[in-house]
Design a protein around this ligand. Structure first.
Ligand code: DOR
Ligand code: ZN
Length: 349
């Protein structure tokens, strides 16, 4: 049925997981998120992380200054939790809408996470406060320990950290970010979606770990959590195809300069802002589930965050759309996800 659909109109989507970085990278990448999304939740893991209200206000204004958009676009900010975070900072930040949520990076789990959390007990008072004020906690859900296999980190995190955390703070609103496994799908689904939801990226829906090694190692497909087995990819695709309200759009677009991707210690992250929305459309189409596209892209997220659903709409049409091969940044480049490839859908201007 859906292969005959040529045009889709949905409320304008929001991206609930975006890395914009800063300075020259920010200036180059912002327009891609701004083109497709009305709002974006901005991750705080800069080289100097956004750990308080003052830094957040300054970062937000740098984002706004870097935009030359024809569209109305709203960056929503998050606070990076460290063992020094005090509840008052979050209380003030959340009540003044300086922060929409706070992010928990386990120590050494990903890009700029060296100021992340080693022991969850270090932020117990902060979590208690967040539960009380209804401020969402965003989690990079991987248990980091060199004895845990990289492919098991997410499932292990649920068992060792997330489940005890939820028992201790049952009314804390949590987003398990960029889930990659069937264990996560199952765990999230069995909880009330007002208290536990999850974002899913386009790359984890489109790819599995085989793709990362197809014909050679492909650093541009290296991200964290790492791509998993095909059985997990299928579980993610099924989760969104059923229109389940626990899941919503968070692209985890994460630009890195080429020199930092192609390196002996290559950075994790996939820059998918130019293609994310159209990739999701393609995936829903492949799953014969276009009727659930709008709730995933434009409704489930705002409902979780208690924000209004956008009034504007976008029209997506069946027309080939070519992704740029590279984006120049000074003397370097950023290579986007699906670089040089053509997607089946475009945005109608
Ligand atoms: O692949 C990733 N890149 N995963 C993350 O969790 C962080 C992100 C980044 O900031 O580069
Ligand atoms: Zn991320």
């Amino acid at each position: 049925m859906s292969k005959f659909i040529k045009k889709i109109k949905i409320k304008k989507p929001d991206d609930w997981h975006v890395h914009l970085r800063d300075n020259k990278i920010l200036k180059k990448v912002i327009k891609y998120t701004g083109k497709f999304y009305k709002r974006a939740l901005i991750m705080p893991n800069l080289n100097s992380p956004i750990t308080n209200c003052i830094k957040s206000i300054a970062y937000r204004s740098r984002i706004l200054k870097s935009m030359h958009l024809n569209y109305e676009f709203q960056p929503l900010m998050t606070c990076y939790l460290t063992k020094f975070t005090v509840p008052q900072e979050l209380e003030v930040g959340f009540s003044k809408k300086i922060f929409i949520a706070a992010k928990f990076y386990p120590y050494s789990s990903t890009t700029n996470s060296k100021k992340g959390i080693k022991k969850i007990s270090d932020i117990a008072s902060v979590l208690e406060c967040m539960e009380k004020i209804g401020m969402p906690l965003l989690i990079h859900g991987e248990e980091i320990n060199k004895n845990i296999d990289i492919y098991d980190r997410e499932a292990k995190f649920i068992e060792t950290t997330l489940d005890p955390l939820r028992n201790k703070f049952p009314k804390l609103k949590i987003v398990l970010e960029h889930i990659t496994t069937k264990e996560s799908v199952e765990y999230v689904k069995k909880n009330d979606f007002n208290y536990l939801s999850a974002t899913i990226t386009p790359h984890h829906l489109m790819l599995n770990r085989n793709d990362m090694f197809y014909g050679g190692i492909r650093p541009y497909l290296y991200c964290l959590p790492i791509l998993k087995k095909n059985t997990h990819q299928i579980a993610l695709r099924e989760a969104i195809s059923n229109g389940d309200k626990h899941f919503f759009l968070g692209s985890d677009t994460a630009p890195h300069l080429n020199k930092n991707k192609i390196n002996v210690l290559g950075c994790a992250g996939i820059f998918n802002a130019p293609s994310s929305l159209l990739s999701y459309v393609q995936i829903f189409e492949e799953m014969n589930a276009l009727k659930h596209l709008e709730s995933f892209c434009s409704e489930n997220g705002p409902k979780f965050y208690n924000m209004p659903i956008n009034k504007e709409t976008v029209t997506i049409i069946k027309k080939p759309f070519k992704i740029k091969k590279k984006i120049k940044v000074g003397r370097d480049v950023i290579i986007p996800f699906l670089s040089g490839e053509t997607l089946n859908w475009s945005i109608k201007n």
